[in-house]
Every structure is written in structure tokens, then in C-alpha cells.
Design a protein around this ligand. Structure first.
Ligand code: ALA
Length: 455
């Protein structure tokens, strides 16, 4: 079965009232969910709605078995030999928080992050700096070109305790050489934590072989239900972390004055767990196992190439990050001169049924440094096809034609959002100009069936 034939497995891609399927290009935020995952999730409530690990009856036994099966599937996907190195959490944000708040810090300990980390891998360290006196160093990354190992070594020489970086960027789609980074960090006595949210959905990993200390993943970006993240680490590394929460299921025994924690991973999984979600996640991991990662990568790169070429023909479009889509296959972030990114996203959704993400993608710090209000981001997964890209291109062309470059909402001139407002908006008449360009219904006929279902 070709990758795009698998579109049939995704109920959210079914044609809507207009007769057309939605164009979903926001999988970097959250992937769609195949029917098998929906069925597995529902099967928990329908067929074996028990408390895992507590009761001895058949429902509880079944959920316990499925829960551990999902743990083993995650371990297999990530190349972790011992499933006890997989801790179930809500998402990668919680996983990073577990490492940040779980390690025992000394004043002056250094953490090294990059200049384009998601807030999940930034705010936690800022808080530790303010409250516990750690130091946060920032590794600048070039917008183009490879990873600068010398710059990393210069930082490591200062005595870094933890290097905490994205694996694949949600901002510009590039990946970091995590094996080399791990080796360099270990040579200097530092541990590594990678945010694998944008990498794990696209390929299996070999974390044990690479010696990665901690790796955070969100299941909702890899076909799973929401609330199904994990932290991967060796059980020995996990022993160095203080649990964020304790309570039911985290202890071997307790008296009125004492308790003994269970070994990892159970000491980190307090209270009744997201059994339905994790049973669904097991189905998601089994589904992913059937896909060829090389084929997936080539397919995503080809879609990205198609959009890249179209944008390169547009004088007002500027692509963020590496020029070559092979260096950022799963996503493409861009600005359109004179058009506010949120206006562009609304125009595409309302007029063309195209869903992209706009704004600062939870990497506010990077945009603030450059005084850019945000950008538009299209992200690809194996279920996207060329028609998706062509509809997006048609929408962007119409938007550019409707909103002239000058005298309208300008990416360069749009003021930064007042703090706390969350969504940057284009100012006054500029925003109005872009918004008035928004069609009230589908503005242009979408390319029809010939491309549908093809890759
Ligand atoms: N949800 C975040 C994004 O869309 C990570 O990039």
C-alpha cells in the first residue's frame, strides 16, 4: 500500500460538506489519528475498563498487559533495550520538567540550550536559574549551514552539567547530530537531554547505541491520543531523578511515617494512568512499525520540495532555516512580506480548507530576538499528498495577489504583541486589509480529483 493510500485510515481526512477533504498541514503540532488508534482507545472503556496494576480481576489484568505492551513498543521504537527505561507522562513538556525538577542541582551548575528551543525546554531552566541558582548558557545556531561543533566544545569547556536541545526543530525543521553531541558532551562529563517531539514521529531511533541520557517524546505527534508522552532513559539514569509526583502506585509500601519508592519507571507514574490513551498509543506504535522510514522521509521531502519551489518563485516569500528541503523534510516555515502570519492562516483555512500553523510556535524567544511577529508553518506527514501542497500553493498565490506588498499588514513592521496577549496581530488598517482579503467561502476551485490520492 502506498503511503498516501493510507489516507483512508484517517477519519479526519474524509471529505466534508464541500465534497473535499480537509488539507491538514499541521502535523508538527499534532498528528491525525488512524481508525485503529480510535478503536483501540475506545476498546479500553468498552472491553476492559479496569485499574491497571491494582485489582486482580480480568479487566485489570488486561489493561496491565496492554499498558506494558505500549511501554515495550515505545522502547523498541526508540532503540531502548530495557522497557523499564520508558516512563509514561502526559507529553514531552512533562518529561523535560521531570528531568529539570528531578535532578539534584547545585548553585552554579550549567545547562546548555540552543537559541531556538521550544518554551518547554526554556522556561523550566529559567525557573531553575531564578530559584536554584543554576546558569543557563545559550548555544547560537546558524540559520543556514551545519552544526558548529567547535562552538559546542567551547561551551562544554566551561563545565556544563546538562546539554538540553531539540533533536528536530519545530521552528525550521532542521535536525541536530545528536550522536555527535552526545559523544562530545560525555567526553566533557555532561549529560544530554533531547526533545524528540519532531524526530520520533518520522523515524525509529537508537538511543541506547548513541548513549543518550534522556529523551522526551509526545505521543500526540506520532498518531497517538493526547496525553501520551514519555521520558526515555536508562533505569540507572532514572534512579537519579526525584519524582515530580508521588502517591498511588509509586511505592512498595508505606506506614504512617515512611514509605519506600518502587523502582523506575513506576515511581514516576503516580495515580490512575491514561489507560485509554496508552492502549491507543500502542496501536499507533504498531501502525508506525509498518511504515518504511526511508520511504516516509523521501515522501515528506518531495512534498516539501514542491512547496519550496513554489515559494522560491514568490518574491515576497522568505523561507526560514535551511534552503534545501532535504535538511528540513517534515516542515517548512516562511514569512510573506506584507502579510501577518495569522491572517494568512485564517485566509487559508476559511478560503481553502488548508490548516497550517501561524505565530511563534512556542519559540517566542527566537522571534523576540529578531523582532519578527511570527511566521506560517506547513508541516508534513506520510498521509499528505501533492494535492494538499497544490491547494496550499493556490491559496498563497491568491492571498499574495489580493494583498499588495506595501501599505498592508507587514511582517517586518507589525508590532510585537503586548505581553500576555499570546497572538500577535497586524496593526490597524494593515490587519484590516489582510482580513478583508479573506474570502467568506472557498475562493477558488481546488485542483480536482486527478491529483487526489497521489503522492
Ligand atoms: N506544538 C508545538 C508546535 O506546533 C510544539 O510546534
Amino acid at each position: 500500500m502506498s503511503l498516501t493510500e493510507r489516507r483512508r485510515d484517517f477519519p479526519a481526512l474524509r471529505p466534508r460538506k464541500s465534497g473535499l477533504p480537509p488539507v491538514y498541514l499541521d502535523s508538527a503540532c499534532m498528528s491525525l489519528v488512524p481508525q485503529v488508534v480510535l478503536d483501540a482507545t475506545a476498546s479500553y472503556y468498552r472491553d476492559f475498563p479496569g485499574c491497571g496494576g491494582r485489582s486482580l480481576h480480568r479487566f485489570a489484568e488486561e489493561v496491565g498487559r496492554r499498558y506494558e505492551e505500549t511501554r515495550s513498543l515505545f522502547a523498541h521504537r526508540l532503540g531502548v533495550a530495557d522497557p523499564r527505561g520508558i516512563v509514561f507522562l502526559r507529553n514531552s513538556t512533562e518529561a523535560i520538567n521531570l528531568v529539570a525538577q528531578g535532578l539534584r542541582w547545585k548553585r552554579g551548575d550549567r545547562v546548555l540550550i540552543s537559541d531556538r528551543e521550544h518554551n518547554s525546554n526554556l522556561i523550566v531552566w529559567q525557573r531553575l536559574a531564578a530559584e536554584r541558582g543554576i546558569r543557563v548558557d545559550v548555544l547560537p545556531l546558524a540559520d543556514e549551514g551545519g552544526f558548529d561543533q567547535l562552538e559546542l566544545e567551547n561551551h562544554l569547556r566551561k563545565g556544563v552539567r546538562l546539554v538540553s536541545l531539540f533533536h528536530t526543530s519545530n521552528l525550521d525543521g532542521r535536525s541536530l547530530p545528536i550522536e555527535d553531541i552526545t559523544e562530545l558532551a560525555h567526553d566533557r562529563g555532561a549529560q544530554v537531554l533531547f526533545d524528540g517531539c519532531q524526530a520520533a514521529p518520522h523515524a525509529p531511533l537508537e538511543l541506547d547505541r548513541m548513549g543518550v541520557d534522556f529523551y522526551a517524546v509526545s505521543g500526540h505527534k506520532m498518531l497517538g491520543p493526547t496525553g501520551t508522552g514519555i521520558l526515555a532513559a536508562s533505569p540507572e539514569r532514572l534512579l537519579t531523578l526525584r519524582p515530580l509526583l508521588v502517591g498511588g502506585e509509586t511505592v512498595e509500601w508505606s506506614t504512617l511515617t515512611e514509605h519506600e519508592l518502587r523502582p523506575p519507571p513506576y515511581r514516576f507514574e503516580a495515580g490512575l494512568q491514561n489507560y485509554a490513551g496508552l492502549v491507543g498509543m500502542g496501536a499507533a506504535l504498531r501502525y508506525l512499525e509498518q511504515l518504511d522510514p526511508a520511504e516516509m522521509r523521501a515522501h515528506e521531502r518531495d512534498l516539501n520540495q514542491r512547496l519550496t519551489r513554489a515559494l522560491m518563485e514568490e518574491r515576497r516569500a522568505r523561507i526560514l532555516g535551511p534552503a534545501d528541503p532535504s535538511d528540513r523534510p517534515s516542515l517548512l516555515a516562511f514569512t510573506l512580506e506584507g502579510i501577518d502570519p495569522h491572517d494568512a492562516a485564517l485566509f487559508l483555512d476559511e478560503g481553502y480548507g488548508v490548516m497550517v500553523r501561524s505565530g511563534r510556535h512556542c519559540v517566542h524567544s527566537w522571534y523576540a530576538e529578531r523582532n519578527i511577529p511570527g511566521n506560517v508553518r506547513a508541516s508534513f506527514y506520510f498521509y499528505n499528498n501533492t494535492e494538499d501542497v497544490d491547494v496550499l500553493i493556490a491559496g498563497l498565490r491568491e492571498l499574495l495577489a489580493r494583498v499588495p506588498a506595501s501599505g498592508t499588514s507587514g511582517a517586518k513592521t507589525t508590532p510585537r504583541a503586548p505581553s500576555g496577549s499570546g497572538r500577535p496581530r497586524a496593526a490597524g488598517s494593515k490587519a484590516a486589509a489582510a482580513r478583508s482579503a479573506r474570502p467568506r467561502r472557498r475562493a477558488a476551485p481546488r485542483p480536482r480529483a486527478s491529483a487526489r490520492g497521489s503522492s
